[in-house]
Design a binder for this molecule. Structure first.
Ligand SMILES: Cc1cc2nc3c(=O)[nH]c(=O)nc-3n(C[C@H](O)[C@H](O)[C@H](O)COP(=O)(O)O)c2cc1C
Ligand SMILES: CCCCC(=O)C(=O)O
Length: 388
């Protein structure tokens, strides 16, 4: 078959995940290089870039190399079970698509969110749909099929608008709300500053606002008539520097599972747990927000300990099946991928995303087979050894 990665021979695969069979291998460096070649330079800069000199972004990926999985023999791991229970949902594998805003710029037809949602439907891998979407959340959710979806909330300063967004997500059938705490203001991103990217991006991520009755009521003229005024309004209400005093209000917005994204300090985890969140999302936003921080993987063990049984989602730096296995062994309940999904989208639309997800899952599954860890429960910190 023809696909953006060229054709591969030797499509070997053993005992695959039901319905998630890879067709060809993927190595991240190759995916990245092809996506860079395919995307306009300013789009590439935005998606691939991070904060400052991107030290933390690089450290997110190299952190995985400091752990090695210790193979076990005589296990007979010919059948694996990667399924995981999350808030009462059974996922085929501990993998989801991290919320990625402005996905439309990575798709040739501008509808990257819809294409990604179709990939979720096809693979069973949930998508966390960003607030910053080129298509309204109702249309994104309509593409999910039987796969559960999460809605990621950027909490605006306008509380009534926040409530409206969450209630729309509930009505649209999303199964969890992920509130992102680390991006109420955009970090210092030299690549975007150099390309003056942000005004251009704004045209591709406001559909959830311009389709919202509360947002529309705040405008003198409808967004279709005066898009500039709508964009200006958005810049004024986008980011809310929430404090702990706001968490009970957030909690009161929904009975859906509430997950808080961006927690890396165990004290924050304990406090969030005490205030009734359902899940912790350990992430440093892929190194896009603050340079100089701890690689997210290094924060994970203490976060898991503090979460004390609460599900812990994790992202920032997952680039291979081996990375998935290691993050699960360090205690994550499920892991998210950000940039690789955007790259798959850029190269092959929904099929490209499916390809990326399948490749990640196939590699994770085969590592568990070869190394003798047939279930996720077998993947504990004792399965790993620190390399340096
Ligand atoms: C282009 C891009 C846009 C993003 N937009 C959002 C967003 O709208 N909401 C959010 O919570 N996180 C957003 N993120 C962060 C991701 O959810 C995730 O934390 C990060 O990409 C994980 O790191 P990785 O790219 O190394 O996998 C974005 C990341 C990228 C690359
Ligand atoms: C204003 C934030 C834009 C979306 C985002 O979260 C990101 O680019 O990382």
């Amino acid at each position: 078959m023809s696909h953006p990665f060229g054709s591969y021979q030797n499509e070997i695969y053993l005992n695959g995940l039901a319905g998630i069979l890879p067709r060809f291998p993927m190595v991240h460096a190759e995916l990245e290089a092809k996506a860079q070649a395919a995307l306009p330079p300013s789009v590439w800069s935005y998606v691939a870039g991070g904060a400052g000199d991107e030290h933390t972004q690089r450290a997110n990926t190299t952190a995985f190399q400091r752990w090695g999985l210790i193979p076990r023999m005589f296990v007979g791991a010919s059948q694996r079970d990667l399924s995981v229970d999350l808030f009462g949902m059974t996922l085929p594998a501990p993998l989801f698509m991290a919320p990625v805003g402005v996905l439309g710029i990575c798709a040739q037809d501008g509808h990257g969110d819809l294409a990604t949602a179709r990939a979720a439907a096809h693979t069973g891998v949930p998508m966390a749909a960003s607030t910053l979407s080129a298509d309204p959340m109702e249309e994104v959710a309509a593409e999910f099929g039987a796969t559960p979806g999460f809605f990621q909330l950027y909490t605006p300063t306008d509380r009534e608008l926040a409530q409206s967004l969450v209630h729309r997500a509930e009505r649209a059938g999303f199964k969890a709300i992920v509130v992102t705490l680390d991006t109420w203001v955009t970090g210092w991103r030299p690549r975007d500053l150099a390309t003056s990217n942000f005004p251009q991006l704004r045209g591709h991520c406001l559909a959830n606002y311009t389709s919202d009755p509360v947002f529309r009521a705040r405008l003198d003229r409808a967004p279709e008539e005066d898009p500039q005024a709508a964009a200006l309004m958005w810049t004024q209400i986008f980011g809310n520097p929430l404090t702990w005093a706001d968490l009970p209000w957030l909690r009161s917005l929904t009975e859906l599972p509430l997950i808080v994204k961006g927690l890396c300090h165990p004290d924050d985890v304990r406090r969030a747990k005490d205030l009734g969140v359902d899940g912790i999302y350990c992430s440093n936003h892929g190194g896009r927000q603050a340079n100089g921080g701890l690689p997210a993987l290094d924060a994970l063990p203490a976060v898991v300990e503090a979460a004390d049984g609460l599900p812990v989602l994790f992202d920032s730096g997952i680039r291979s099946g081996a990375d998935i296995v290691k993050a699960i062994a360090l205690g994550a309940t499920a892991v998210g991928v950000g940039r690789p999904v955007a790259y798959g989208l850029a190269l092959g639309g929904a099929d490209g995303v499916v390809h990326v997800l399948r490749s990640l899952l196939a590699e994770a599954d085969l590592i568990m087979a070869v190394d003798g860890y047939p279930t996720l429960a077998d993947l504990t910190p004792e399965a790993l050894q620190r390399v340096t």
